[in-house]
Design a binder for this molecule. Sequence first.
Ligand code: NDP
Length: 298
Amino acid sequence: SGPVPITVIGLGPMGRAMAATLMRAGHPVTVWNRTPSRADGLVAGGATLAPSPAAAVAAGELLILSLTDYQAMYDILGPVVEDPQQAGVLAGKVLVNLSSDTPDASREAAAWAARNGARFVTGGVMVPAPAVGTAGAYVFYSGPKKVFEEYEPVLRLIGQPRYLDEDPGLAQLFYQAHLDVFLTALSSLLHATALVTAAGVPAAEFLPDALTTLTDIPAMIGDGLELARQLEAGEHPGDLSTVLMMGATADHILRTSEKAGVEVELPKAIKSHYDRAVAAGQGTRNWTALYEVIRASG
Ligand code: NDP
């Protein structure tokens, strides 16, 4: 078993980083992108630019997709599988879709791939593009375990693989859950910066400490296992801080935002968690009691 011929479809920053990493490891890499110029650097480094999606599919044993969403996969591969002259082009191929979407979209895509004779693994890359192929990189996968294991040595080049389950939706769910934390934190950083700069304070006087506020959270929470245990047990001891105390602060943040003329949707959403927890009788318990209202909100 020599190097696996790989096709990478989708050459945004992530697809380009993966293609470059796989090439460096000695795999023949074919690429295709809707905007062909994004392949220029890879082609200069030895990748083959396929002239069409059909040619891209034909060239690879393993097809890696790195697109904005799953619709992009159908936009690219739909016409190929519907073309009678390309009949069976996906048969026997292994598709690894590392694009973001909902868990249901991943499940539907796995069924679509199966109808076209392909095997399908879903995944979510958990690091920014420049970190692909480095020691800290890791990637969630789900789908058929046998297929994952067969290609694990190749997938390992992108980052530490964390195989989850046969359910093709699960890697996507983990990806979305991590991005839920990530995107919310990023928006909160920008919102807080806007609050400070609205008062005429330069962002540079605020942001270094704001990052410390973020990185202090693990020390407060621990390694996550104790929090997990408390959430599952419904244990929310309010001896160090309470929903009422933190909810008052959430209200102050909202009013300060209103006064400053900055966006209020984010502080309103946070305040509503506290308001509902208080209304549910959780006021004297720890902030973790918000979990009870958040998970019940649908
Ligand atoms: P980009 O938005 O830069 O690239 C998206 C790719 O999808 C491009 O190749 C684009 O083609 C293609 N595309 C989008 N819609 C269509 C369509 N309808 N038909 C054909 N092609 C389409 O994204 P990234 O490379 O940054 O990210 C790719 C995936 O990786 C995303 O799902 C993202 O969530 C995930 N990811 C990205 C990270 C990052 O650091 N960038 C980190 C972790 C995960 P074109 O070039 O022609 O526009």
